[in-house]
Design a protein around this ligand. Sequence first.
Ligand code: NAP
Ligand code: GDD
Length: 328
Amino acid sequence: MKNALIFGLTGQDGTYLADFLLKKGYNVFGTFRRTSHRCFERLEEIGIFDDITKIKADISDQTSINSAIRQAKPDEIYNLAAQSFVGVSFQQPILTSDVTGLGTLRILDSIRDNAPDAKFYQASSSEMFGDFPGKKDEKTCFRPRSPYGVAKVFAHHMTNHYKEAYKIFACCGILFNHESPLRGLEFVTRKITYELARVKYKKQKKFSLGNIYAKRDWGFAGDYVEAMWLMLQQKNPDDYVIATGESHSVEEFLTLATEFMGMGDWKNIIEIDKTLLRPTDIENLVGNSSKARKELGWKPKTSFKNLVKEMVEHDLEYVKLRTDPLSE
Ligand code: NAP
Ligand code: GDD
């Protein structure tokens, strides 16, 4: 039985990946941070909490990373941990660089000392491309437009440096946006389905959005974690773009979600709040994942329409059972 260690277990992707690896027969270890509240809601929601060995570690702390790697004795390590919210990276650029950028270097350095034969997956991001025009693939230049994007570019290059210099089996998955019913409430897709459900149940009347004309290449997180695993099963380590190849605007997502909710015109519900606009944003992100489709045999299984529908159905149930307001 193989051991896998996931940094960032408690996040959206960590949860789907843990579930995927358990089904493949892995012994799954995952890290969580010390917080003042419980952080295992996602693992509990999909019923895998008891099946994972949980290790307390923070990727801004080298000692805890070393202990986690020594304890798990991993065959495969997945680094999904990050300050992953682009909007907050403008307000907390130093923390974002420390966690999202240097955090990856700390893990790589620990692998070098403690688990040089482990295979390593780094969660790179389409945010690294910035506003470079057209469909993006593995050869496209990086022109990041946020502190988060800059930190991810650092982590990406550092991962490739460790692969070259120390022969670590390291892969970067350059993933475009992927969403799900387990998506964090501050990301625009989940914010829309969650808040629309609250409006539907009369828990609030309106909510605010920022740039509704931005377009993203939105896939389903459950499909994307399979690609992470596939990368580590190849003969040689390499980097791959993972994307659906279509982009849709925030406005389109909102319109479709409102339809699935059985609600009227969203124009009576949404206010545009200029404070939600970012100092720099990316207007359109769309990827070309031909290399992954050819070499990994991967392709997305969930359409944009079904993704929106699943998120809407989930939040209609979820909101019914909850009373807490969203605070951003
Ligand atoms: P997420 O839901 O925000 O999860 C991030 C995870 O990182 C959480 O488990 C979080 O723990 C953990 N974390 C944050 N700071 C940490 C620290 N200092 N030490 C240890 N762990 C820490 O993000 P996601 O959507 O699952 O994304 C997974 C990874 O893929 C991230 O690296 C993200 O940047 C990258 N990515 C995501 C997308 C996407 O569209 N989802 C696309 C491209 C790349 P808490 O639960 O305690 O906060
Ligand atoms: N979050 C948020 N909230 N975004 C809004 C809002 C709002 O109220 N209104 C409009 N938007 C716009 C943002 O300005 C952005 O252009 C777009 O919606 C998507 O925002 P997010 O859902 O926050 O995602 P992101 O694209 O910035 O970042 C996500 O995808 C990256 C991959 O490209 C995150 O998951 C990153 O971690 C990931 O790397």
